[in-house]
Write a protein that binds this ligand. Structure first.
Ligand code: OAD
Length: 258
């Protein structure tokens, strides 16, 4: 009964004590208040192309210029915005919790790091790194904007006498997440399970796997589950505690750090 219209639930705090381990999973919603559009907010379309078209190996093979234009625009947009109070609240929480905190983000914009978060797993890669579409050279820092007439080629491949395009270091649809990233999250949840483990998802539609199933992994380890989202995501029923609204507002008052 309570909470159906807000009321007490709206005041409910997430208590963080010395025995609490917290894993936060963030998605595009966390950056929305910084001015970065979410994926599914615009029907999952970018210039009338489905997101999968500009974020998949097939899309890159078919039209690398289109894909680089998409990511170049995202680089430009991300450069021009700043972290919002939601990012800052998570950085402050990490400051208070130290190694009992881990942030897994599906965002590639780097805003969590800019807000001061350091224990961050960039599950879907980074907008600020580029790698080769062919060879195994290590991804490198890159904030360049590539226009249509200037697609970047791999110098390592060039030295070996063949041509390959560079691509953003993003985990695209149909690609695997880095095993070390998943292992780090898994290890954290296992360690946290020996204490009071909290799983907190923020600003994510729960539509993309494996991020969307992490809540089940955490539940299997006995985690308490919390959700902060503007609207109910696909996996909303997996959460015990839900706060509906803008993360930049809610996160500022959600935590009761003891
Ligand atoms: P989505 O765009 O799918 O979902 C964003 C969620 O954030 C929605 O549920 C919104 O209701 C919510 N939201 C919007 N504004 C908010 C706000 N101010 N506060 C709180 N919540 C808000 O984004 P993701 O779930 O991150 O993958 O999408 C997951 C992945 O799909 C992305 O990483 C990307 C995408 O295609 C790749 O690029 C590989």
């Amino acid at each position: 009964m309570l909470g159906a219209t807000g009321g007490l639930i709206a005041m409910q705090k997430l208590v963080i004590d010395g025995n609490t381990w917290l894993f936060a999973l963030t998605g595009a919603g966390v950056s929305a208040e910084s001015g970065i559009p979410t994926f599914r907010g615009s029907d999952g379309l970018w210039e009338n192309h489905p997101v999968e078209r500009v974020a998949s190996p097939e899309g890159f093979r078919d039209d690398p210029a289109l894909v680089w234009r998409f990511y170049s625009e995202r680089r430009k947009a991300a450069k021009s915005v700043a972290p919002n109070p939601g990012h800052v609240a998570l950085a402050k929480l990490e400051e208070a919790m130290g190694d009992r905190f881990l942030l897994g983000t599906q965002n590639v914009d780097g805003l969590h790091t800019r807000a001061g978060s350091t224990r961050v797993v960039e599950m879907h890669g980074s907008l600020w790194k580029t790698k080769c579409s062919s060879c195994r050279r290590a991804p490198f820092d890159d904030a360049e904007v590539y226009d249509e007439g200037h697609l970047p080629a791999c110098s390592t491949c060039d030295e070996h006498g063949h041509f390959a395009l560079l691509r953003p270091d993003i985990v695209w649809f149909g690609e695997m997440l880095a095993t070390e990233n998943l292992a780090r999250i898994d290890r954290f949840l296992s360690d946290g399970a020996k204490h009071r483990l909290v799983f907190l998802a923020i600003g994510t539609s729960g539509a993309v796997h494996p991020a969307a199933t992490l809540v089940d992994l955490a539940r299997a380890r006995g985690a308490e589950t919390w959700l902060v989202n503007l609207e109910p995501p696909a996996n909303a029923q997996r959460f015990e505690n839900t706060r509906t609204g803008a993360s930049g507002e809610i996160l500022q008052t959600l935590f009761d750090i003891r």
